[in-house]
Structures are given as C-alpha cells and as structure tokens.
Design a protein around this ligand. Structure first.
Ligand code: TXA
Ligand code: MG
Length: 336
C-alpha cells in the first residue's frame, strides 16, 4: 500500500473522511500526539488499527468524540463527575473511562465493558469526527512498543506501507498522550498521567483522585491490571536507557566514565563531555513533555548504546514525563 502525506486542506480532509467511512485507517494530528483513526463502531475498521500498529489484542482503544450527543451514544452511564470533568477539560487532553454502550464493539474495547472517551481540541481531528458524524477510535500512531509520534514524519517512518494517508498538521503542542482517568469504579483513578494533573482533577471534583500503581512501579506479570496499557512494553528506544537520580557532579562522572550518551536538561549540555540529547529545561516539565518522545527517537538515530537520563521532577506534568521515561528505561533507576 502507498502511504501519502498531505497537509490538512479541504480536499485531504474530505479524502480522510471517505477512507474512514469505508472502514480504513488514517493518521491525524491531535494536540497530544498523532493518532491512527478509524470508525470506532466498526469492528473491522478497528481490527485494521490493531494490524497497522501490531498492537496486542487486549489493549483497548480510546474513542474520540466531537460533541455531547456522541458522548451519550458511546457511554451507557454518565455520572455527574464525568460532566464536571468534561466541562472543565474538553475539548482537551483528558480521557474519561465510563461504562460503554453496545455501539462500541468488543474489538474496540478489547472485550472490556468500559470505554475511554476523549474530545480532542486539535481542529483537524475535531473537524474529521464531526464531518463523519462517527466516534473515532484512536491510539497513538506508533508501531506498538515505540515512542508515540509527535510529528507527521515520525508517523510515516512507523506506518509507511501500512496505512493510506497521514495528515501533516505540524508538531503536537503537548507531546505526551492524554491523562486517562477512570470514573467506572467507586473512586476516580488515574491510569495514565498527562498534561491534566491529579491536582487539577481534584480541584474540579472536590474529592481525592487515586493514582494507579503501575504509573511509577513495574507491575508483576500476574498482577491484575485495570488498564492493560500499564503492563505493556512502551516507548522503548533501541538504546539502553537508565534513569539517574543524582546531583550533577555524580551524574557527570557516571556518564563520562562509561562513555555513555546523556539524555539531559538543556542547562547541563555545555558542562558534559559526552554526546548530549537535551529534553528541555530542568524547570519546565511541560517543555520536557513536548520534547521527550522526539528525543527518544533521536537516540536511535544517533545510534546511542548506553544512555543515562537525568531524573525529571515527578510533580504535576512532571509525573507524565517521568512515567514515559520510566517505561523507556524498563523501570531502571539508579540512585547515587
Ligand atoms: O492522547 C491520547 O490519548 C492519544 C491521542 C491519539 O488521542 N491516544 C492514545 O491512545 O494515547 P493509546 O491507545 O496509545 O493509549 C490508550 C491507553 C492505553 O494505555 C489503554 O490501555 C488505556 O488508554 N485504555 C483505553 N481504554 C481503556 C479502558 N476502557 N480501560 C482501561 N484503560 C483503557
Ligand atoms: Mg500508545
């Protein structure tokens, strides 16, 4: 299959809508990362997403909507807390897990009785959802296990020959995937941290929001997981990444003594006698989020073997950065 890349124009958007209506898959930008989108109500279309990504069959897809009528079509129950969060953060980088309706087939929800729902804010994806009048399933547009793509060329690298069309809407503004919060249980639980932080969710709900264990700890293989994505291998560059929690002098000594590459903050590159890939300012977690996935791929491009990553803050948006980096490092952290 030939894979074309077009800027989003009236013509290419119409083509994208036609492909999706016919059960095909298109890569489309969102404000978080690029997604692979297909009709969430067609089992065969969603099977096409799983095939394009080589995605494990037990990992459910997020369903993207453009208005509140679609929310009613896909969610069997809409608790008051869901409306509060939707009003505060939609359209935007928040996915809310609710009980699903029969409109969402098992292929989409990977057999679960719940569905993750998000109203994205990127105008291109929003226009395509509303023009097709279909809820669209949309995982990140990477091959399974690779860092999520934040620009169209990275999508092309992973999806060439696998999907017919990539819409190139430029770089993603947020850079890490949406916060995933479940309202399907007794208490709200974050399954995946993102740009919308725990504190901001709690401010709106006026109650505690829990953090799922798999966010900062490796789950054992026999552990019951509520969100399958927590146990799958993720964001892995080919390089061997280890996170280092240490002061700068100790970090420098470790990197230089082993001739390793440094995945470091901008402020320190000048002082390191090593190949450096900078993932933003130490003080700016949101900037680190924008850059991280691109930097992980860059490490592969430069053929890095051993990589020592500077430990990010784990506060607020920093938790989303740390969670992705931790998975890229297969949970290896050294404390010096
Ligand atoms: O920002 C995003 O969310 C991007 C853009 C394209 O919208 N999408 C995305 O999808 O990151 P994906 O498939 O790469 O990640 C979805 C995560 C997975 O970890 C999955 O296990 C979890 O959300 N998830 C989806 N539906 C779920 C459900 N019903 N219950 C528990 N976890 C769910
Ligand atoms: Mg993903």
């Amino acid at each position: 299959m030939d894979t074309q890349i077009f800027k989003p124009t009236q013509d290419s958007i119409r083509t994208a809508c036609d492909i999706i209506r016919n059960g095909g898959v298109v890569a489309i930008p969102t404000e978080t990362v690029y997604g692979l989108f297909a009709d969430a109500t067609q089992s065969g279309a969603c099977a096409g997403i799983f095939a394009a990504k080589d995605r494990p069959q037990d990992n459910p897809l997020i369903v993207h909507i453009s208005d509140y009528n679609m929310l009613k079509e896909v969610a069997a129950e809409i608790p008051e807390d869901a409306m509060k969060l939707a009003e505060a953060f939609w359209p935007g980088p928040l996915t809310i897990i609710l009980k699903k309706t029969a409109l969402i087939p098992d292929t989409t929800s990977a057999g679960l009785d719940t569905v993750g729902i998000r109203m994205p804010s990127n105008p291109v994806v929003l226009e395509i959802i509303s023009k097709t009048s279909l809820p669209l399933a949309g995982p990140s547009a990477n091959r399974s296990g690779r860092p999520s793509p934040t620009d169209a060329h990275t999508v092309y690298e992973d999806m060439k020959g696998r999907i017919p069309l990539v819409l190139d809407g430029g770089d993603c503004k947020i850079g890490v995937e949406s916060t995933v919060v479940s309202l399907a249980g007794v208490q709200p639980v974050i399954f995946r941290p993102g740009y919308i932080t725990k504190a901001r969710l709690e401010d709106v709900l006026h109650k505690e929001v829990l953090l799922s264990k798999g966010i900062t700890e490796e789950l054992s293989t026999d552990e019951k997981v509520l969100s399958p994505g927590l146990k799958h291998k993720h964001y892995a560059p080919k390089a061997d990444v280890v996170i280092v929690n240490a002061d700068f002098e100790k970090y420098k000594q470790l990197v230089e003594s082993e001739n390793a590459a440094a995945l470091c903050f901008d402020e320190y590159a000048d002082r390191l006698n090593a190949v450096c890939v900078c993932y933003g300012s130490e003080k700016d977690s949101a900037q680190q989020a924008v850059k991280l996935f691109h930097c992980l791929r860059k490490l592969d491009e430069i053929g890095a073997g051993k990589v020592y990553a500077m430990m990010p803050s784990t506060e607020d948006v920093g938790l989303a950065v740390y969670n992705r980096l931790l998975r890229a490092a297969a949970f290896r952290v050294v404390n010096l």
